[in-house]
Design a protein around this ligand. Structure first.
Ligand code: NAP
Ligand code: MG
Length: 499
């Protein structure tokens, strides 16, 4: 047993003891048909945590078949009230096992235990409860048709079998965002977690059985994007695919969906502007900037990675930011004193350090960080220094491309118009931040920025009732709130002849 395992919750040790981990298809945990497995790695140490059966096309076929059978059979008989009960029961079970989920997430993804404990797990619970509440509240309408010989009404019906493909940055939370709304609206689901972080989704699968969901309603199949993900997004019997990940993969998902014209919703990446005006509360802005960039090692789609600071205060603000950033404590996520953990994988480490080199070559000045992190406890893991690049202009690659790591590019601006112009000068449009005490300026900038979410004098605030999603190449469709229900229902109009 390694040192890390000795620190683990007994339930986590028990969960990891039966490896390879099986996938959930038709209410049972099964091995892959090919027998193939892959390793999931602890990014703090590079060690294998567990082996996981790898879903391929045949497994996805079986899962889709199970979902279809459930959708046309047992699941149809379950009332909205009982769907609500099932989702609430699942939320209660996650809450009951919260400490275990938090550890498992930290182990698999690397994030600090405080983040998985106080963000990932409770937000997942909230999300299941929120959408549980919608199960018996969404309804059709009666229509004021002009011809009195007819009566017409609408029904809101589920879409059917939904394929859901999620990334590794918030594994449990992304699973919760995807599954809860779909199931609340009466759909059946095949979820493909990211290959880097399959564990919490598989543990969730155990609780799905315990909660009493009929078999086949929720299937969970870890595997690789090019095989399992592609099989799901191109499957002729999948009615909708909901995807979260990179914009390049988003394009592939759309292409794969054309065979049966399945519905698609995409939550993609971002390069979000965070705009600090001289008249803002600069202490609050400083803390807000740090949270916006370094939370989850910067592996956040809406991270405020383009920091626009008004010219008059640029040097002072960016200097203070760098001083604070140099003090961020790196370490294994399981250590409660850790403020920033490792990146999720070796591949991600290469990507981020590659961008650190690109930034330096472009002439940006790393005021803090700029390299892979070194140290006795860091060398085996995928740690990178939290980095502040000054002397950046908005045309540089480090200002335009999503790095998906703890790297902020600080860019000066002259006035409101310049901030809005540069802020919008990006192919993305996921989120933005504005820091000012001038209420008029705050709202006019919020209106002018092309982004799906704008935070004023705050950043990274979430609630299940708040829609989240992209403008431009950050995708389409909104997850969160009533808008999610549009993704998972379709409207039927019924005409009745009264004459
Ligand atoms: P990714 O490479 O696009 O992967 C996302 C998921 O898609 C994974 O499950 C992946 O499987 C799968 N996939 C890969 N290729 C596929 C294909 N050809 N067909 C079907 N599925 C495929 O993204 P990532 O690097 O994991 O995650 C980071 C990205 O997600 C960033 O761009 C980030 O901004 C975005 N993100 C967006 C949001 C949002 O709500 N807008 C939230 C979180 C993250 P594998 O297991 O093989 O990788
Ligand atoms: Mg892992």
């Amino acid at each position: 047993m390694t040192t890390t395992q000795q620190e683990l919750h007994p339930a986590v040790v028990k969960f990891l003891s039966n490896s390879p981990k099986k996938m959930l298809i038709n209410g049972e945990f099964v091995a892959s048909k090919s027998g193939k497995t892959f390793d999931t790695i602890n990014p703090a140490t590079g060690e294998v945590i567990a082996k996981v059966y790898e879903a391929d096309k045949e497994d996805i076929d079986a899962a889709v078949k199970a979902a279809r059978t459930a959708f046309e059979g047992e699941w149809k008989k379950v009332t909205p009230k009982d769907r609500e009960k099932l989702l609430n029961r699942l939320a209660d079970l996650i809450e009951k096992n919260a400490a275990e989920f938090a550890q498992l997430e930290t182990l698999d993804n690397g994030k600090p235990i405080n983040e998985s404990t106080f963000a990932d797990v409770p937000l997942s619970v909230d999300n299941f409860r929120y959408f549980a509440g919608w199960a018996n509240k969404i309804h059709g309408e009666t229509l004021p048709v002009s011809n009195g010989n007819y009566f017409a009404y609408t029904l809101r019906e589920p879409v059917g079998v939904v394929g859901q493909i999620i990334p590794w940055n918030f594994p449990l939370l992304m699973a919760a965002w995807k599954i809860a709304a779909a199931v609340a609206m009466g759909n059946c689901v095949v979820l493909k977690p990211a290959e880097q972080t399959p564990l919490t989704a598989l543990r969730l699968g155990e609780l799905i059985i315990e909660a009493g969901f009929p078999k086949g309603v929720i299937n969970i199949c870890p595997g690789f994007g090019e095989t399992a993900g592609a099989a799901l997004s191109s499957h002729m019997d999948v009615d909708k695919v909901a995807f979260t990940g990179e914009y390049i993969t988003g394009r592939k998902i759309i292409q794969a969906s054309t065979g049966n014209l399945k519905r698609v919703s995409l939550e993609l990446g971002g390069k979000s502007p965070n705009v600090v005006f001289t008249d803002g509360d600069l202490d609050a802005a400083l803390s807000g900037c740090i949270g916006s960039v370094f939370f989850n090692q910067g592996q956040v789609c809406c991270a405020g990675t383009r920091l626009f600071v008004e010219k008059k205060i640029y040097d002072d603000f960016v200097g203070k930011l760098s001083d604070r950033v140099k003090g961020i404590k790196l370490g294994a996520g399981l250590d409660p004193s850790t403020q920033m953990g490792p990146l999720v994988s070796e591949e991600q480490l290469k990507r981020v350090t590659g961008y650190l080199d690109i930034g330096k070559k472009e002439g940006a000045n790393p005021l803090a960080g700029g390299n892979r992190a070194k140290g006795e406890h860091l060398d085996k893991g995928y740690f990178v220094e939290p980095t502040v690049f000054a002397n950046v202009n908005n045309k540089m690659r480090i200002a335009q491309e999503e790095i998906f790591g703890p790297v902020v590019s600080a860019i000066p601006f002259n006035d409101v118009n310049d901030a809005v112009f540069q802020g919008n000068e990006t192919t993305y449009g996921l989120a933005a931040g504005v820091w000012t005490k001038d209420i008029k300026k705050a709202h006019s900038v919020a209106k002018a920025l092309k982004a799906g979410t704008v935070w004023i004098n705050c950043y990274n605030v979430f609630d299940p009732c708040a829609p989240f999603g992209g403008f431009k190449q950050s995708g389409f469709g909104r997850e969160g709130g009533i808008h999610t229900l549009e993704l998972y229902t379709q409207v039927k109009t019924v005409w009745v002849n009264l004459s």
